[in-house]
Ligand binder design. Structure first.
Ligand SMILES: C[S@@+](CC[C@H](N)C(=O)[O-])C[C@H]1O[C@@H](n2cnc3c(N)ncnc32)[C@H](O)[C@@H]1O
Length: 244
């Protein structure tokens, strides 16, 4: 997968691309991540990329021309047609389901805004979609691009150390993951649930399912899609809600 990033601050990416899952994806040749400085696409000798907002107001707006020039050049490369994504707090909140869909694109371009944001015409007419990483405002799109990068690259086949670790995670099936424990069995008087030592895989599976359902009802009830649940799951939830 090719991921091109348009940014005014390429330095944000130097260290993250050299650590952990992103480094592994790059080294395995599964993720090609390229960083482009928007200033290189400015049209004047001062390398201007921003200007004051029409109608007045604080701060600066990223001009449309440098972004358009960068997109035109990137789209002209003899590579798969890219999906163009603008990172913005006004975009669709990023969900695990969308992360999985993005994996299907062989190439994406991420545009990182800065200052007061990007000229609206870029958002409206030159991007395929707008993504937000949450209902808060960052100073720039770079941390958002890194969040999206990490979430996507870890799902590319062969990138994760243990391929099974992505299968039973939070948000799979609209549920939070069950609680996980490791050694020691007794930590400062807090014991690991006895069932996990029973050796009975079916009982452990059922216990984990119950925990997962109850945790989701308690913390993120909005995630639960009752249509997708089995009658047994619904019964567990009903009983839990009655006693909660
Ligand atoms: C200070 S923000 C601009 C916010 C803009 N004035 C608004 O109110 O919508 C600067 C840049 O940071 C990025 N950004 C900020 N918060 C974000 C979020 N929650 N998700 C994705 N990108 C974000 C965007 O690229 C944005 O253009």
């Amino acid at each position: 997968m090719i991921i091109d990033i348009l940014t005014l601050f390429p330095g944000h990416f130097f260290s993250p691309l050299n650590e952990g899952i992103l480094q592994r994806g790059i080294e395995k040749g599964r993720a090609q991540i390229r960083i482009f400085n928007l200033r290189d696409f400015a049209g004047d000798r001062h390398r201007t990329v921003d200007d004051r907002p029409f109608g007045g107001g604080a701060g600066m707006i990223l001009k449309p021309e440098p972004i358009d020039r960068a997109l035109t050049w990137l789209k002209g490369l003899p590579e798969p047609v890219p999906r163009v994504i603008l990172l913005t707090p006004q975009g669709t909140p990023l969900k695990q389901s969308r992360v999985k869909e993005l994996l299907l694109h062989p190439r994406i371009i991420l545009i990182c805004g800065k200052y007061e944001g990007v000229d609206e015409r870029i958002a409206e007419f030159f991007c395929d979609e707008q993504i937000s990483i949450g209902d808060y405002v960052l100073s720039g799109g770079e941390p958002a691009a890194l969040v999206l990068l990490d979430a996507v690259v870890r799902l590319i086949p062969e990138v994760m150390g243990c391929p099974d670790s992505g299968k039973e995670e939070s948000f799979e099936e609209g549920l939070l993951e069950y609680p996980q424990y490791t050694r020691p069995r007794n930590f400062k008087g807090h014991l690991v649930p006895e069932i996990l030592f029973s050796g009975d895989h079916e009982k452990v599976r059922a216990w984990r399912r119950r925990q997962s359902l109850e945790k989701t009802v308690k913390r993120r009830p909005n995630l639960i899609d009752h249509e997708r649940l089995s009658p047994e799951d619904r019964e567990i939830i009903k009983k839990f809600e009655e006693n909660y």
